[in-house]
Design a protein around this ligand. Structure first.
Ligand SMILES: O=c1[nH]cnc2c1ncn2[C@@H]1O[C@H](CO)[C@@H](O)[C@H]1O
Ligand SMILES: [Zn+2]
Length: 436
């Protein structure tokens, strides 16, 4: 007896083996995994979901965010990264408590579950609380502690210790839903020594590394001044780059940098909404994809987006490439859908993002019976160009239904919102007192 059968839906498997789509397919889930994907089944299950008029697809995978930053949603808009971080975000983060991070991360989880994201890669502070919130939410996540030393060796020791402690304690926890990574913040906020030690430690612990790379022209100039070369060259020189690296942004790349990323098989997380909002620039996504580099999608934190809707991110990703090169054929819908699903699974090293036998049962059901999704010629077109996160009806992670017919099963949305509002108000009050 299986656990869940989803029938009568149009199944977008994202599996290259069956051309991504099954019309009227059946998905069978058992013990947290996909047991079968086929046209019909003789199996029986405790729960049978009728997905008539819906698209059944892998849950979306957000490969770069700072979940706890939901508390800073709309707190500081309309400025560039440096001013935004240094004058606004970091002073508030310095006042954040464990409880704040827990409340903010749970809010992020509620938002993600409701908009069809089943896994995310996070880099943040008070990470223990991030992990506790993820554990409670039922989501899957690859978590890291964001390390910054600004060239201070005592601080570097402390940061690395914290990162190590977290990896040791949490990797593989919550029934395997939580994996961990090392999270050196960026090549211009971490010293070369710290980056070298992180790389060694990550290899020793057999975990991946999540880092911001060449997000701004300022970073490029700073690196050139300090090292006489850009971030990608510097990271390559210290032997940092390989297929265990998840590099967020990668905007200010030269042709030579792209070649290095390809050669080293680095995974790139593209964050178009944040990049546009902070005025950071346009990543050369088409060139990266053409080179065969694994490009996935992220929202970045809620303070630079200002939501966690991966549907919006997919649409923005393709529109941004088209308009930047005045070529509407660039990054077509099926490519961007891969970026939001299977490429994300690959970047995080998890068997998610494809509906296939033996893969994690991380599945969403998108309701197509909506005016803005009518008529329906091509489900992939609608998912990328017309659908929104709020069209997701059901969200399943590791075979557990987290949202059923628009209703959350494990978290009380109103309580989570109330806790987050209260935490945010108290936090800003503390910041204001400090500033006076
Ligand atoms: O777009 C961004 N670029 C660089 N840093 C960021 C961005 N968004 C958030 N953070 C910062 O990264 C740290 C992670 O622990 C946090 O300080 C967060 O505010
Ligand atoms: Zn970021």
């Amino acid at each position: 007896m299986a656990d869940i059968i989803i029938e009568n839906g149009t199944v977008l498997t994202m599996d290259p083996a069956n051309e991504h789509t099954l019309k009227e397919g059946t998905v069978v889930i058992e013990d947290g995994l996909i047991k079968d994907i086929s046209l019909s089944t003789n199996e029986r299950a405790d729960t049978v979901i009728d997905a008539s008029g819906c698209v059944v697809m892998p849950g979306l995978i957000n490969t770069h965010t700072h979940a706890g930053m939901t508390l800073l949603r709309g707190y500081a808009d309309d400025m560039a990264l440096n001013q935004w971080l240094e004058d606004n975000i970091w002073p508030v983060e310095a006042q954040m408590s464990d409880d704040d991070i827990y409340a903010g991360t749970l809010l992020a989880c509620v938002e993600m579950i409701k908009s069809g994201t089943t896994s995310f890669a996070d880099m943040y502070i008070h990470v223990e609380m991030v992990a506790k919130a993820v554990e409670r939410s039922g989501m899957r996540a690859a978590l890291s502690y964001g390390m910054i030393d600004f060239g201070d060796s005592i601080r570097a020791d402390r940061e690395l210790e914290e990162g190590k402690r977290f990896v040791k304690k949490w990797n593989g926890s919550a029934d395997g839903r939580i994996t961990t990574m090392y999270g050196p913040h960026a090549p211009n906020t971490c010293s070369e020594e710290l980056l070298i030690r992180v790389r060694e430690q990550a290899e020793h612990d057999n975990v991946k590394v999540h880092i911001h790379v060449l997000e701004t022209e300022d970073e490029l100039n700073q690196m050139k001044e300090q090292y006489g070369m850009c971030s990608v060259n510097m990271l390559d020189r210290i032997g940092f780059l390989d297929n265990n690296i998840l590099a967020a942004h990668c905007i200010w790349l030269s042709g030579g940098d792209i070649e290095i990323l390809r050669e080293r098989k680095v995974n790139v997380s593209h964050n178009p909404v944040s990049n546009m909002k902070l005025g950071s620039g346009i990543a050369p996504v088409k060139e990266l994809i053409d080179k065969g580099i694994n490009v996935s999608l992220g929202t970045d934190g809620c303070a630079s987006n200002n939501n966690l809707d991966m549907f919006e991110e997919m649409k923005t990703a393709t529109l941004m490439q088209k308009v930047s090169k005045l070529d509407p054929s660039l990054v077509p819908a099926d490519t961007v859908l891969k970026m939001g699903t299977s490429n994300g699974g690959r970047a995080l090293g998890i068997k998610s993002g494809i509906l296939k036998k033996g893969y994690n049962a991380d599945v969403i059901i998108v309701d197509m019976n909506k005016p803005h999704l009518t008529p329906l010629y091509d489900p992939i077109s609608h998912i990328v160009y017309s659908a929104r996160g709020s069209d997701v009806r059901t969200t399943i992670v590791q075979g557990q239904i987290l949202m059923d017919n628009y209703e959350l099963k494990f978290l009380d949305e109103n309580t989570v919102m109330e806790d987050a509002r209260k935490a945010a108000a108290d936090l800003i009050e503390r910041v204001d007192i400090k500033r006076e």
